[in-house]
Design a protein around this ligand. Sequence first.
Ligand SMILES: Cc1cc2nc3c(=O)[nH]c(=O)nc-3n(C[C@H](O)[C@H](O)[C@H](O)COP(=O)(O)OP(=O)(O)OC[C@H]3O[C@@H](n4cnc5c(N)ncnc54)[C@H](O)[C@@H]3O)c2cc1C
Length: 286
Amino acid sequence: MKPAPFDYVRPSSVDEALAALAADGDAKLLAGGQSLIPAMNFRLAAPTRLIDLGGLDELRGIEAPDTGGLVIGTMTRQREVERSAEVRERCPLLAELMPWIAHPQIRNRGTIGGSLAHADPAAELPAVMLALDATLVARGPAGERRIPASGFYVGLFTTALAPDEMLVRIEIPAAEPGTRSAFEEVSRRQGDFALAGVAVSVTVGADGSVADASICLLSVGDGPVAASAGAAALLGAPLSDATIAAAAAATAAELDPPGDIHASPAYRRHLAEVLTRRALERSLRA
Ligand SMILES: Cc1cc2nc3c(=O)[nH]c(=O)nc-3n(C[C@H](O)[C@H](O)[C@H](O)COP(=O)(O)OP(=O)(O)OC[C@H]3O[C@@H](n4cnc5c(N)ncnc54)[C@H](O)[C@@H]3O)c2cc1C
């Protein structure tokens, strides 16, 4: 199928892009086009104007600040994130998940910000940003706004971005010493969207007990889901087979996953428990 007719603009600055967005309530930002263009071809989206961010070098790049962590421009291609030495060194969880997103051809075009803004509940990046306690930085007519990942996802394919705002960068804090992480997912075929997936990040204190933990899942709700009971089951205890089994069971119990032609709610809950246990076991061995 072909998209409905639309205008196309290619701004040369973020301010120009924001002005174009404010001028047309039915306009859409175009990043890598890997979700938007298929949606337009199926006529699930019919923007009157596409604002192509492809020429905005100011939105691209991976920085490793002296203070630790990472700052990633929204238009950084997913493949650049996957291949970055800084990402591997400073944020192994992000490096681990990247190859799970779609196929190399899609990651060559798709951007980190496009995936985060699209807010597909089956996408890997939103769940991982939640696990990493990342901050998503938006810019609009009134300037910049910093939104914690925990407040960014507000519903199915819906974010806290206002219609006249755009995502400009992602800030990932430095990991505390003793932090281990792992990512696990199951899909029907390599490259398909996951039936369920989980990102875990666990900080083990000097006394061997868990000081901080997050267990964040994809494909089990309207958006990324932070399993608070699962994480609480780990806190203050050593990371052992028994605490891992308890945390995985608590995670599964607190979920209310949807069912579809690919997986029933019960199967998704089962996957969540198994994947959480596997991810925590790998963290334990790390
Ligand atoms: C066959 C196939 C398989 C896929 N499998 C997976 C998968 O397994 N896992 C996965 O996570 N993804 C998957 N994807 C989606 C892929 O990761 C996309 O690249 C991603 O969802 C969107 O990124 P994009 O840069 O292409 O954004 P676009 O498609 O250009 O934009 C997506 C949406 O985000 C908005 N947007 C883009 N940039 C901004 C911004 N800076 N600020 C505000 N809004 C913005 C757009 O207006 C649009 O609404 C798959 C895609 C295909 C075609």
